[in-house]
Write a protein of this length. Structure first.
Length: 139
């Protein structure tokens, strides 16, 4: 099983301790050594670290807050208060309006407010309704 699959499964089953997400978010803090074949400058290294953190935020952290946030909201908020990496990471989380409204006020100020869409998605809908062409096929 791939590492990302294990992390996903652990988040979905609520088996992933927050300290693991903490380690994932801080994995690139000291600009990891770059293999000689890549020859990246320091700015490119930090861009990779930022992209990695965005992946963690939009993946495991987002899933944790959406699926089990009621149990973890306070702990995530506590980390956001003292750690700017966590505060930045939650800005990459997207969730539905109902779940967003359940977040503590301070956390709602960090997590982007869900945007309203002109049509509500339902399993049987694929977008705004279109007028059917009554002339029949091929006309």
């Amino acid at each position: 099983m791939w590492a990302s699959s294990r992390v996903d499964h652990a988040v979905w089953a609520d088996l992933l301790p927050l300290r693991v997400l903490d380690a994932l978010l801080h994995a690139g803090d000291d600009a990891p050594p770059v293999p000689p074949r890549w020859e990246l400058d320091e700015d490119e290294e930090w861009e990779q670290v930022a992209a990695y953190r965005a992946y963690v935020a939009a993946g495991p952290l987002e899933d944790l807050l959406r699926m089990h946030g009621d149990r973890h909201d306070a702990a995530v908020l506590a980390r956001c208060r003292v750690d700017p990496v966590w505060a930045e990471a939650v800005t990459g989380v997207w969730m539905g309006r109902e779940r967003w409204k359940q977040l503590p006020y301070e956390l709602r100020r960090l997590v982007p407010e869900p945007q309203r869409v002109p049509w509500a998605w339902r399993p049987d809908s694929v977008g705004p309704r279109r007028r059917r062409d009554r002339r029949g096929p091929g006309r």
